[in-house]
Design a protein around this ligand. Sequence first.
Ligand SMILES: Cc1cc2nc3c(=O)[nH]c(=O)nc-3n(C[C@H](O)[C@H](O)[C@H](O)COP(=O)(O)O)c2cc1C
Length: 401
Amino acid sequence: MAYKMLFSPIKINQMELDNRIVLAPAHEGLATLDGFVTPAFINHYLRIAQGGVAMMVLGGVAINTRPFPALRLSDDKYIPGCKELTDRIHAETNTKIVPQIYDWLKVKRGWKQKVEEVPVEQLKESIDFHEAGALRAREAGFDAVEIHAAHGYLLAGLLSLRNHRTDEYGGYMEMESPSQERIARLAHLYDEFGGNIDARMKLTVEIYERLRKALGKDYPIGIRFNGEDFIVGGNTLTSTRIIATKLAALGLDYISISAGGKLEDSPGTDPYGLPYAYPPFGGYSGFRCMPQGEMPEACNVFLAEEIRKTVRAAGYDTPIMTAGRITRPELAESILQDGRSDLIGICRGLVRDPDWPIKSKEGRGDEINKCRYCNACLEAAVRGEGGHCKYRQEGNLGKVL
Ligand SMILES: Cc1cc2nc3c(=O)[nH]c(=O)nc-3n(C[C@H](O)[C@H](O)[C@H](O)COP(=O)(O)O)c2cc1C
């Protein structure tokens, strides 16, 4: 078979994947404004699943409110619609389906609310929101949950080196050996000493531990976070390697490495006037998150590669996932063969052509309709028009006939 590793199975906790291709989380704007599944939402994901992807991560599923047509798990009333979705996917395909749950807190209270300004009580409340959302996800038949700790949201803000909180959720900082004077002088190097990483990880760890207790040891829990923030003073591999190793030690079942998408360098707002980090309104970090056609192929894989190396050297075999302009099956195969990642995340390529996996498997890679990485799908999703590819001649994935 062509692409031997790409089409080899992998087990994530008790969840068995047919191959290594994952739909990287993509907010598609097809839920109702108040967060319910729609027929177009189901059709969209069913069509992607029919193309043979092993697992689909649903982007940004809110565990509390958000003013956007995004799926929610913030109340029991959302469970039946989600159950209808998971039942359809499971009945008609072999694809696993996983919500990426997140707290919109960091941006919901105003333009660029600083992570330093969030009161501790709200952080504690977020643990409850995550637990309740994850329990609803399991009840609705999802195969796993993914904790969203990437980009510009609450957990990413806390994990970042740009988190200058002075309490136990930031801790500027505890170091055993160097003097305070030396710390001040070498502030930019804190992470080389591993100084405040535990404090920055505190909420993420508390959430993971609560989820594990609530969901049990056999239910897969993954996480997505930034391998590099791509903002001045933000996280780089120096700290993210350590964070990943600690997460692996905790027992996370997979680690998905994203990049950028930060609000700190964003000059703009979205069409609704809300803070926005991604193309075309965001800054450089936003463009690293959803790399456009002018960026090299696979431009963020080096992050997963370095993290994987560190995690493996520490003795953990936690599957690592990469994403970002992985355009061709031979490229995906070589990333796996070279041990740079265990899972291949593809987002826009599958929106352009959901049959990317099956065409690759059948040696028809040259028939894949190529994504232009123009981000028109993203802009359409943000406008609330559904994250469609305008170049897809067959029409919207979610079209309701
Ligand atoms: C329309 C759109 C929506 C996205 N929504 C999310 C999201 O909700 N959560 C997330 O972690 N990443 C999100 N991403 C980022 C993707 O998961 C992915 O990392 C990125 O697009 C790079 O992969 P690609 O080059 O295969 O598209 C989104 C990307 C696009 C294009």
